[in-house]
Design a protein around this ligand. Structure first.
Ligand code: G16
Length: 539
């Protein structure tokens, strides 16, 4: 039943920040998924005895791609696959299933926060036995393999029924279809004080969780409504749809508009939150109040003592270089380790495995801990609920008290989307060349203290990664420039701007950053080179 099919390479199967992401129509090309998967299997090598986890966020083509992967895994000699019922598994739940089952890795079919549907994006995230996504040297090897692949193996059998939980066999491979929500709920119950959160809801506390028609709907309904007692209807957009109901499942102030409008209205709930397509990102809101992901990481870290799983102490904390420096001040105050890594959750994995850090987070709406090796949207929401339950304070109170204690990093990210790839590459290369000459230069009130590329030397595997350019000013303000690695067409230039204030903590971020934005444009020549004077997305 094993068929060997001849194929020719695609030249564009290089993984980005988190796996392979392409337009759905690109992935639909005959052999596209097959070539990519066979390249992975070839790089892994001997698959006898190996166990993998497979699932996805339910987006368009999830159902087709998962059948291909199952049949190819069987043909390539994989011993066992653990598959989410109906092909669904969120990214954090997948990481947990890999770790819990000591699996050799897993495949989550998702383009994360990118829109889905035939005109949207599709993607494949590949994790190894750590439960985290593979390091760059492995993805580089896979890319090389995709460039020379000439055949793939597939079991020539009808589709597997993934609707029923249980065991089955395919071409000598065992398939276990599981309810992916169960294990995840069990893990959350072990981390947080569910009794305190139940009492919070009993006292009349209200929340709205927007699952954005994506994978976390069933997890959120089970946890927030059925177990913790949030009133029915607290979770909205909870049915995962192949095109996310036309939503752009990116939980930020722009794309989670429905939730943001509600939370800034007179009818707002006490607490609001959203997750993205595959459930690893989160956004936290209070009544007419938004918490930046950078502040959220700092606040969670500062309040670890309220959480049963962390109350006895935490290792250090890490953030991506582009994330604001809020958490650095918390790390100093608690005298714990502090690390800055390139953008990409995979860079946290070694730090977690070597017990250097417990918490980590990124400006891109990702927060998580060493309970798994991916960022975790629902975990972050539960963490906030647990702090609120323990302190009796609102989201705004908790955040404002944090600023009073530590000062505030005003922080905004500006995205310039759909830029021609060559223009973006040249812009970054030229900017890098110019940076050292900027040191000591004055721009209005700001003097450049230091400027250069961000280079990370991993303390565990000793690899070195260059990612983004940083301009630091004498007052601690920063401008970071990066090219996004998660888009599926054109280039996106991200400009992250931060300004710290110890006392002046209640101002409008955009107002506080007006001058720095002008400086950022001047230094980078973005308007002249791209024709864009304003960012397409501001978060
Ligand atoms: C992925 C990575 C994150 C990264 C984000 C943004 O998230 O896992 O570590 O911060 O992309 O990357 P970029 O700025 O390169 O677009 P996700 O949720 O998309 O898998």
């Amino acid at each position: 039943m094993i068929k060997v099919v001849s194929t020719s390479p695609f030249s564009d199967q290089k993984m980005g920040t988190a796996g392979l992401r392409r337009k759905s129509k690109v992935v639909l090309q005959p052999g596209y998924v097959e070539n990519f998967m066979q390249s992975i299997f070839n790089v892994i090598g001997n698959l006898q005895g190996k166990v993998f986890v497979v699932g996805g966020d339910g987006r368009y083509y999830n159902d087709v791609a998962i059948q291909k992967i199952i049949k190819m895994a069987a043909a390539n000699g994989v011993s066992r696959l653990i598959v989410g019922q109906n092909g669904f598994i969120s990214t954090p739940a997948g990481s947990n299933i890999i770790l819990k089952n000591h699996a050799d890795g897993g495949f989550i079919l998702s383009a994360s926060h990118n829109p889905g549907g035939i005109d949207g994006d599709f993607g494949i995230k590949y994790s190894n036995h750590t439960g985290g996504q593979i390091p760059s040297f492995v993805s580089d090897a896979i890319y090389q393999e995709t460039l020379k692949i000439s055949e793939y193996k597939i079991c020539d059998v009808p589709d597997v029924d993934l609707s029923q939980i249980g065991h089955q066999e395919l071409c000598g491979m065992q398939i276990d279809v599981i309810d992916p929500v169960n294990d995840y709920v069990e893990m959350m119950e072990q981390i947080f004080d569910f009794t305190a959160i139940k009492n919070l809801f009993k006292s009349g506390f209200t929340m709205r969780f927007d699952a954005m028609n994506a994978v976390t709907g069933p997890y959120a309904v089970r946890i927030f409504e059925e177990i913790l007692g949030a009133s029915k209807g607290s979770v909205v957009n909870y049915v995962p749809l192949p095109d996310f109901g036309g939503l752009h499942p990116d939980p930020n102030m722009v794309y989670a508009k429905e939730l943001v409008d509600f939370m800034f209205s007179d009818d707002a709930a006490d607490f609001g939150a959203a997750n993205d397509g595959d459930g690893d990102r989160n956004m936290i809101l209070g009544k007419s109040f938004f918490v930046t992901p950078s502040d959220s990481l700092a606040i969670l870290t500062d309040n670890f003592q309220y959480i049963p799983a962390y109350k006895n102490g935490i290792y250090g904390v890490a953030k991506s270089a582009a994330t604001s420096t809020s958490v650095e001040r918390v790390a100093k105050a608690h005298n714990i380790g502090y690390y800055e890594v390139p953008t990409g959750w995979k860079y946290f994995v070694n730090l977690m495995d070597s017990k250097r850090i417990t918490f980590c987070g990124e400006e891109s709406f990702g927060t998580g801990s060493a309970h798994i090796r991916e960022k975790d949207g629902i975990w972050a929401v539960l963490f906030w609920l647990n702090i609120i339950a323990a302190t009796g304070k609102s989201v705004a109170q908790i955040t404002e008290e944090h600023w009073q204690k530590y000062g505030r990093s005003y922080y905004v990210r500006f995205d310039f989307e759909g830029v021609d790839g060559t223009i973006a590459d040249n812009l970054m290369a030229d900017l890098e060349n110019r940076l050292s000459a900027l040191v000591n230069k004055r721009y209005g009130d700001y003097i450049v203290a230091d400027a250069g590329a961000f280079v990370y030397n991993d303390p565990v595997d000793k690899s070195s990664t260059k990612n983004g350019l940083i301009v630091r000013f004498a007052d601690g303000s920063r401008i970071v420039y990066r090219l996004s690695g998660t888009g599926s067409s054109g280039a996106t230039i991200r400009v992250y701007i931060e300004r710290y204030s110890k006392e002046d903590i209640k101002r409008e971020p955009l107002q506080m950053l007006t001058e720095l934005f002008k400086i950022a444009m001047l230094i980078s020549e973005i308007p002249e080179r791209t024709g864009k004077h304003q960012a397409d997305v501001v978060t």
